[in-house]
Design a protein around this ligand. Structure first.
Ligand code: GAR
Length: 201
């Protein structure tokens, strides 16, 4: 369980990152804002006790928390804990569960997700990881990319903030396309998060 760090600067916007798996985006975000004068990445939360993101966060000195389905969907513990720890924004970096109403209400227009395709195409329940890239290749689309958007009560449907595109080549496998899209995510996600937070501050 995360414990409040009384030495933190509470005037600085503070971000919690949610991730369910590998955590390469979470790591990029933590590294990008390490030592940042105005924004702090304060904790990483996951629904998956075996997620590599936990080790990545711990290696970078960021607090972690694991929660289960009952805590997330049937109690107010997560939003209460985030608010008590002065968290201002929630960033979803490969987090695969739908966000419950109590968390949306605690953070209106302050939950930001990244999706590995050009929404509104190739989004929705079950569309994550290689499944997205398989669908893009099967469709014959010649471009894909990333979408950064605010989160609402549906999968991948909140207001779009930013998109960046990349080509889909004839010889692409889902794995090759995933690598190209991941590179775009790593390039843009931290920067766009910074712009959103600074614009609101
Ligand atoms: C990222 O590609 C992200 O866009 C995707 O999960 C991956 C996590 O990678 N999210 C979704 O598909 C959400 N629908 P990472 O764990 O290496 O950061």
């Amino acid at each position: 369980m995360y414990l409040c760090d009384t030495f933190k600067d509470f005037n600085m916007p503070r971000i919690a990152v949610f991730a369910s798996g590998n955590g390469s985006n979470a790591q990029r975000i933590i590294e990008y804002f390490a030592g940042h004068s105005a924004i702090s990445i304060d904790m990483v939360l996951t629904n998956n006790p075996g997620a590599p993101v936990l080790k990545r966060a711990e290696n970078l000195g960021v607090s972690t928390m694991v929660f289960n389905r009952t805590t997330f969907y049937e109690t107010g513990i997560i939003p209460e804990m985030l608010v008590a720890n002065h968290i201002d924004y929630v960033v979803l970096a490969g987090f695969l569960w739908l966000i419950p109403g109590n968390l949306l209400q605690a953070y209106p227009a302050r939950i930001i997700n990244i999706h590995p395709a050009l929404l509104p195409k190739y989004g929705g329940k079950g569309m994550y990881g290689l499944k997205v890239h398989e669908a893009v290749i099967a469709s014959g689309d010649r471009e894909s990319g990333i979408t950064i958007h605010f989160v609402d009560e549906k999968y991948d449907e909140g207001k779009i903030i930013f998109q960046a595109k990349c080509p889909v080549n004839e010889a692409d496998t889902p794995e090759i396309l995933a690598e190209r899209v991941h590179a775009l995510e790593h390039r843009w996600f931290p920067e766009v998060i910074g712009e959103i937070v600074m614009r609101d501050t």
